[in-house]
Design a binder for this molecule. Sequence first.
Ligand SMILES: [Zn+2]
Length: 240
Amino acid sequence: MIKKTYPGGKTKAFNVTYDDGVLQDIRFVTLLNQYNLKGTFNLNSGLMENEFEWIHESGKSIKRLSKEKAVPLYQGHEIACHTLTHPYMNDLSEQEILHELQADKANLEKLFGREVKGFAVPFDYYSERIESCVRQSGFSYARISQESRSFMPQTDFFNWKATVFHTDSQLEELTRQFIETDLELAVFQIVGHSYDLDVEDMWDRIENVFRMIAAHDEILPMTTIEIVAYLRFLSGDNQP
Ligand SMILES: [Zn+2]
């Protein structure tokens, strides 16, 4: 039997999907680029003025990236929506949900000059009602807040689970398991916010994971939308 692979005959896909577009993404993207890896960055276009700031529970000040800094920084990586203003979506009417999704998509497409097809759910409020709004708004996938803790390719594109949250104590162990797995079309996707790397003092841990991944030629760095589009293509669903 012939095993299915990713483009170039690669057997594994690796992606990081990071939320909120914060200042620490500058250091994070520099690290990704150093190891030739690909990220998906989930942005709130309504919170990109004046380095919008909030105080994390650790007491650290967290600032958003301005549009001027974001546009050159994320070149070569995926831009995805994370709603206009990061609301609790369960509290919103359908009209308000559609506005949060569609205005963010339109703003990001205009700002970055490219199509934006991905969506990452803010907080962990998601429901069939919200999923229906995401589908109506022209997205190809919705990344939810639960982890898969598995390297199996996801099949429900509108309830897409990344593998593991980056602060997990098992992060390095899962990376080792991913490198060793012979699962068909394996996917390893790390989810987080780059400010956690400051708060938890774990820049060395994430760099160690990147170094392990980059040392393996069978692993293809991909964005989330590239993985979704490829899985759709393999399943015979050519919807963009
Ligand atoms: Zn968020």
